[in-house]
Design a binder for this molecule. Sequence first.
Ligand SMILES: Cc1ncc(COP(=O)(O)O)c(C=O)c1O
Length: 415
Amino acid sequence: MSAADFPIDWCRDQFPALKRTVGDHPVAFFDGPGGSQVPQRVIDAVSGYLGNTNANRGGRYATAFESDELLEAAHVNLAEFIGTPDPEAIVFGANMTTLTFALSRAIGRTWQTGDEVIVTRLDHDGNVTPWVLAAHDAGAVVHYVDFHESDCTLNLDDFKAKLSSKTRFVAVGCASNIVGSINPVHEICRLAHLVEAEVFLDAVHYAPHGLPDFTGWDCDWLACSAYKFFGPHVGILCGRPELLKLLAPYKLRPVTEELPGRWMTGTQNFEGIAGANAAIEYLIDLGKQVGSLSNTMRPLLSAAYAAIADYERGLAAALLTGLLAIPQIKVLGLTDLDRLQDRTPTVSFVHEKLTAVEIAEQLGQLGLFVGHGNFYALQLTERLGLEPQGVTRVGLMHYNTRTEVDRLLHALRSL
Ligand SMILES: Cc1ncc(COP(=O)(O)O)c(C=O)c1O
């Protein structure tokens, strides 16, 4: 299917928020990397859960039966999405950051003085500080892998140089939430496993643009957040079942051996999990819309993501070409149109005269919603001397259109 055939009208019809206006201006949501909009079926699933199925786990009555059934279905669907054959390896929680802190606290207890941990300067702080604090508590050494300043791609040679027989753990993002660079995570896992280090992948920014592949990438841990891929505010962690069973979680008694209960703390956000499940159903439906005849989930999700990537690349090419032609603007990260497969359509820039917040405010009044600041990608903004103002971030999603991109470029030229 070519990008021109992408079912954009069908997609946009699913998302009620896209009908919003600011004054006379239709809203163009370029703030997806901070949280995507949601399809109607996600809203219905959240309110339907609360309206009809609201119950705690394990009760012996209708709402509890239905609730348990729905939550089990969510584990199955999210496992298909993340690419693991083990629904019980899916752990739900408040958000990626909270789940990562819980995991780092448990893993950190297995580290000792002299052990080494690798993080990167391209990552969101949610995949840096939890590991740095755990390493500090254990007396382990932390190494920061650098990125190439010219195009903000990860410096793989630096990673190789820092990897050694002392490395216990590598934390790396699938894609940068500020400059969009996609990391070679499969290769990183391969190299880390040669020295018997575990790998934790942060797929939060990647997941709305590419289908996570837990098994194919051969990682040990992966986290993402449903509110970035068209669902509500729920975090998802996936681990190798043998590691989830071996590692001792911080948990109320009784600490069950059984997965996923072993790692899920407190009463869950059941309505949010119901919404996350509906987000996967939306993506499966998109797979059908783009012509997949499969009736199994993973191929349908793959078809949806292939179409999303293709369509988003067309938008990204238009956005980058337009931004590069504005002399006052400096785009960060990969701008080579032949390398769009190596980045998500998340584009950040700085302006010669205007601060990021001034630009976001001016555009906001025109119904053009962009982000400003550092988005917790602090290692990058500090390294590039962009603090305290940060950058303006335009995050494209598959529900954006070429008309919206043209409107944005026109507004930026007239600032
Ligand atoms: C790449 C990346 N990692 C981690 C996070 C943190 O996710 P959460 O808000 O679910 O804690 C974000 C949030 O923006 C992110 O973009």
